[in-house]
Design a binder for this molecule. Sequence first.
Ligand code: KIV
Ligand code: NA
Length: 271
Amino acid sequence: PVRPVLPPDIRSRKGGVPLVVLTAYSTPVARLVDAHCDVVLVGDSVGMVIHGLPSTLGVTLEMMILHGRAVVRGAQKAMPVIDMPFGSYEEGPQQAFRNASRLMAETGAPAVKLEGGAHMAETIAFLTARGVPVMAHVGLTPQAVNTLGGYKVVGREDEAARVMADAKAVEAAGAFSVVLEKVPEGLAGRITEALSIPTIGIGAGVHCDGQVLVVDDMLGLFTEFRPKFVKRFAELGRAADEAIAAYAAEVRTRAFPAAEHSFPDAVPVKK
Ligand code: KIV
Ligand code: NA
């Protein structure tokens, strides 16, 4: 079944009302995101946020398929996009197509996202020509944390030209949009002006064509660390901590369960 929003619809939002994107990894959260967002991203951030991994490098295709299927079930109107995990596309276009087509066929998502600029252009063109719409991701690419030497801002000073060239390369290769992660805001603005596809920023300032955040970060559920670009729109982690503490206290004092949560031995006679 064809979905209500497809990659060309997202592409055509260039320069308009900013695109609203959040991650989700489960059906209930996908339903919440679906009500308000244009795109729901099944990010490989799932590895750190849900599975407690130290980076995104340990995320597998099987994990992305499982979480992708859960999210696609919950997304009626927002367009799902699934991250290609580390090691599933870098060998070359054929490997990328084999795994991207599995992600799409086994989840029902109409697009994938992969990290990399000019060096991934050939792969993006190969996928796009064969029915796999690609959202690209340049600037800070977390799967390259070990070669980058950390999660630092990418694109200051002499690095700026390379990030601009990466963005132009993925556009020329056929990407329908591009995530700019942890790029200085002026550079992100110049890239946004230079491209005809939407830029979706995370830590890339206000001039992008859209914004994305990790949903557990903005809800205050993931609190291991907090990048500067995260704004907490809620403190659900604190609320959950208080609720769990109250439950523990009520169990220990036998305040819970009360009669209303229990079943009487005799069924009351109906009159
Ligand atoms: O994995 C992820 O959640 C992402 C977004 C933060 C862009 O790639
Ligand atoms: Na990602």
